[in-house]
Design a protein. Structure first.
Length: 369
């Protein structure tokens, strides 16, 4: 084995990082990723399972669910599956949502329940159509929903959801504290505001006092990010005026001109770091900076929000990673708990904290003497 291969502790930390990212991992894929034998990976999985950090499954591992039973002697009887079917409607089946769906499926498999998935769009009429398909078939006992709660008709949509014939939990969505429905709607989502605070405080700790924010136009996440931005800037006594609401990904018409305008404003405001939502927009800005001869992070530090593909940037990009797979898992666990306990269980509204993944785009390397 070559000397540069990861030691056991580093290898297991990398294994857990992949598991948190995807919700489930396969021995074969990990062996290839870590450049070790499948036997070594199986030993690592066994060691981590013994500490309760993951659950061994055939050919790989999953994150443990909150409802997992404590480890017991070998050959223990398998728990009787809970005979529930849960419907799930998400606004997209690409970018961001696959990780949430994967987490939900992992939890469902571990709890012995069925998951019926429906893809929708960011449109209330289509949301209603897909939700109605599930409820009218009479095959689901609960619903996990991510409806469009922007624009006109939101109050009517919430009222309609609150009167559905089966329990409902919102996923990566939330209502106001009080809703005029027969039961207060439950929800689970990433704490995006805190995720933004993590990014601002990280840049502040590395000496940045003039930071800019680029928010993806039209994203439901933007309101939470703006809230966290204002809170962090206020507490750290930083100027908060530099906020741009534009989509600048490579597939956006005129993105180069928009980025050029943003960077002109950065020079005028002496901005030394940008937080960008989301990865495609951050990578587009990084690419433009490189073309113009800017050094990252020396001339401009960058932090992305989402961490879907930020590691593929050049340089690899520091990013805030919402706990997407965990959100999906917790949503299923909450629903099963609701279905098992019924009205005895108090309503829950859960925020799950994101992580800050440090890479080369935000931390200057120490120069060799």
């Amino acid at each position: 084995m070559s000397a540069d291969r990861p030691f056991a502790l580093q290898r297991r930390e990398r294994l857990m990082d992949e598991l948190r990212r995807h919700g489930t991992v396969r021995v074969r894929d990990l062996a290839r990723l870590l450049d070790v034998s499948e036997l070594t990976v199986r030993r690592d999985i066994t060691a981590l399972a013994a500490r309760g950090l993951l659950t061994k499954v055939h050919g790989g591992a999953t994150l443990p669910t909150d409802l997992d039973q404590a480890p017991a002697p070998a050959r223990r009887p398998r728990p009787t599956p809970v005979p529930f079917t849960i419907g799930m409607v998400v606004p997209s089946l690409d970018f961001y949502w696959p990780s949430i769906v994967s987490g939900a499926r992992t939890a469902a498999a571990g709890l012995g329940v069925q998951l019926q998935l429906r893809g929708s769009t960011y449109d209330q009429a289509e949301d209603r159509r897909q939700i109605s398909r599930l409820t009218e078939a009479g095959q689901v006992q609960g619903l996990l929903l991510a409806p469009n709660l922007e624009g006109n008709g939101v109050d009517e949509m919430i009222d309609w959801i609150g009167n559905l014939p089966v329990p409902t939990i919102l996923v990566e969505r939330q209502t106001s504290q009080w809703t005029p429905t027969p039961r207060q709607l439950e929800w689970v989502r990433s704490d995006h505001a805190l995720g933004m605070e993590l990014a601002v405080r990280h840049l502040h700790e590395h000496g940045h006092r003039r930071i800019g924010l680029v928010l993806s136009k039209g994203s439901p996440t933007s309101a939470h990010l703006a809230q966290g931005w204002l809170k962090a800037c206020t507490e750290l006594d930083l100027p908060s005026e530099f906020v741009v609401r534009e989509s600048v990904a490579l597939d956006q018409p005129g993105h180069r001109q928009i980025i050029e305008g943003i960077l002109d404003r950065c020079r005028g405001s002496r901005i030394t770091a940008l937080i960008v939502h989301s990865d495609p927009d951050a990578m587009s800005i990084a690419q433009y900076l490189a073309e113009q001869g800017f050094a990252i992070p020396d001339d401009m530090a960058l932090v992305s929000y989402d961490d879907e593909v930020a590691h593929l940037a050049e340089p690899a990009m520091t990013a805030v990673r919402p706990p997407k797979a965990r959100v999906g898992r917790v949503a299923v666990e909450m629903m099963v708990s609701r279905l098992v306990e019924g009205k005895r269980r108090p309503a829950q509204r859960v925020l799950i904290l994101p992580e800050l993944i440090l890479r080369d785009s935000s931390v200057k390397r120490a120069r060799a003497l």
